[in-house]
Ligand binder design. Structure first.
Ligand code: B12
Ligand code: SF4
Length: 491
């Protein structure tokens, strides 16, 4: 028996379908005996895992680890479980271990790291461990050399094609526990229909994962999954967590046509330049099939910075304004994320992007704005090089990574980067507070029309006069109303 474990992934314990484990588990079906434990659903996962080990004799614990709250649970829990069961083999996989495998393997409670998309690699590892053969030549595996303790990573394995992988083994989990109300609908469930992204933006962790490749399930298969959500669990809204759902126009349009009769709402992530190339017919199909909102990386208010980010394709600030206009026409809300504080001149970058956001809002006031701080990922490129030149260094142990300051960093909210001064971070927070009050998000169902008007009135003066500093009255209103930042469906 082996245990696949999803440590709690949000501070609030939001229940998100554990797709990483469903994907890895699907490849084990009928070959290896396994169970899924989800830390988002149970109060004491260490006790549950300990009990399962004792009852079933499980000897392998495979953990999915993403940055943020998840790693801060994974570290002490794996340490504790290894202490209780020294013979337990612990395997980590997911975005964080893929990028920082060396840091993970420096901890004695992590035995193997599976890098990249792990279905085939993990199954090969389990086959080897069960058959007593040597796993150290498996592509995509990182490990400590048994003789010397040296940390080694083999080359990444080819990415498995999602259309050739088995369906998720939903029978392994209690799906109704993951059906949630969101701004999209009363019964929302998630799916992931493609792997990767064909671009190489140098601030993005997806590049390390897939190296610029994108592969997708067919429109027919994706629509089939959605239909089964409706038939089996009465779902009325679907979030697509794909890094880039909209790469292939024909697939998207065909998918939209196939789900037209389901009366659903749906959401996904895409690229501005790609969606601008879509025909009017495709936009109509998407709108009519229930597309409500698209998360788009606008990234910056400066064309120069977009180049520096290696944003690729034909990204430009002009296109950001153009898509805002186009989506207003189709009644689909754009959710623009911006990465602020880029080197070499973070102040100019922040101020330029704030002004650009105001421009966007003039074109389409419904646009949702999500602000992130630039946080380096270990990728070749000018941004990371400049960050290093200014003294940026990743922590070298897992214990240091879960320090609260680095937790902020991992959630892309920190100024713990040598080129960001604290006053600038405060400025961004104040701007965000005024902006979110003047344009309250449509993703907050608690906020009634009256309160929206109150917020708008309270922030109008500040917004128009650009007086963002120290908005204590808005902070007080925020305390009373607890209104949220725009909800980025996936994150
Ligand atoms: C769903 C999701 C979440 C969920 C949690 C999911 C969970 N596990 O419980 C929620 C919404 C809570 C979440 C939160 C965050 N997330 Co998130 N999230 C995602 C998202 C959209 C999908 C993940 C998914 O299910 N994919 C589908 C599965 C099939 O693919 P996969 O996860 O990659 O799994 C494969 C491999 O990674 C590997 N693998 C994964 N786990 C394991 C485990 C083992 C044992 C093995 C062998 C292999 C393996 O094999 C799998 C199959 O191929 C990804 C982006 C993406 N499209 O993947 C971002 C992503 C992982 N998140 C990210 C981030 C940064 C966050 C946040 C920390 C911060 C933020 N502000 O966005 C927050 C956490 C903070 C908070 N306040 O909640 C980043 C990570 C970037 C990085 N630097 O590493 C990503 C890549 C988004 C992005 N493009 O930037 N997230
Ligand atoms: S387009 Fe988006 S997902 Fe693709 S590499 Fe750039 S930021 Fe990452």
């Amino acid at each position: 028996m082996l245990i696949l474990y999803n440590p709690q992934s949000t501070a609030s314990g939001k229940r998100v379908l554990p797709m990483s484990l469903l994907a890895v588990g699907a490849a084990l079906e009928g070959v290896h005996d396994y169970m899924i434990v989800d830390g988002n659903l149970i109060p004491d996962p260490v006790a549950a895992i300990d009990r399962s080990i004792r009852e079933t004799g499980a000897d392998i614990l495979a953990v999915t680890v993403m940055p943020g709250p998840q790693i801060s649970h994974a570290v002490p829990q794996c340490r504790e479980l290894k202490g209780m069961h020294p013979d337990l083999t612990i395997v980590w996989g997911g975005y964080f271990p893929t990028q920082h495998y060396d840091v993970c393997l420096r901890a004695e409670y992590v035995d193997y790291v599976v890098r990249g998309h792990g279905e085939i690699v993990f199954k090969a590892l389990i086959d080897a461990l069960r058959n007593g053969t040597d796993p150290t030549c498996i592509q995509g595996l990182a490990f400590r050399r048994p003789e010397t303790g040296e940390i080694t990573s083999n080359d990444m394995a080819p990415i498995p094609h999602p259309n050739r992988l088995p369906d998720f083994p939903y029978h392994r989990i209690d799906v109704p526990s993951y059906v949630r109300p969101t701004f999209l609908g009363k019964r929302t469930l998630a799916h992931h229909s493609s792997y990767g992204c064909p671009f190489h933006c140098n601030f993005c962790a997806v590049v390390n994962m897939v190296g610029g490749r994108w592969m997708a399930q067919s429109s027919e298969r994706t629509a089939g999954v959605v239909r089964s959500f409706v038939d089996q669990w009465g779902v009325d809204a679907v979030e697509f967590y794909d890094n880039n759902f909209f790469v292939h126009e024909k697939r998207t349009a065909d998918f939209a046509e196939r789900i037209m009769d389901l009366n659903l709402s749906w959401w996904g992530e895409g690229r501005i330049d790609t969606l601008l190339k879509y025909s009017d017919r495709s936009w109509e199909l998407m709108r009519d099939s229930g597309l409500k909102m698209v998360f788009l990386g606008a990234e910056s208010g400066s064309d120069e910075t977009l180049l520096l980010m290696n944003k690729g394709g034909t990204a430009s600030t002009g296109k950001t304004l153009e898509i805002a206009r186009k989506m207003k026409h189709y009644g689909v809300v754009p959710e623009f994320s911006f990465v602020l504080g880029n080197p070499p001149d973070p102040e100019a970058d922040v101020h330029g992007t704030m002004e650009f956001i105001r421009k966007v809002k003039r074109v389409n006031p419904d646009v949702e704005i999500i602000l992130y701080m630039y946080t380096p990922v270990p990728l070749a490129g000018e941004l990371y090089d400049q960050a290093k030149a200014r003294g940026f260094k990743f922590p070298e142990t897992l214990e240091a990574w879960i320090d609260p300051e680095w937790q902020d960093f991992l959630q892309r909210r920190s100024a713990q980067v040598p080129w960001m001064e604290d006053p600038l971070r405060r400025e961004i927070q104040n701007f965000e507070r005024v902006l979110n009050a003047y344009y309250p998000t449509s993703t907050d169902p608690k906020l009634t029309g009256v309160w929206r008007l109150v917020l708008k009135a309270a922030s109008a003066g500040r917004y128009h006069l650009r007086l963002y500093g120290n908005p204590i009255e808005l902070r007080a209103l925020h305390k009373v109303l607890a209104y949220q930042r725009p909800e980025t469906s996936g994150f």
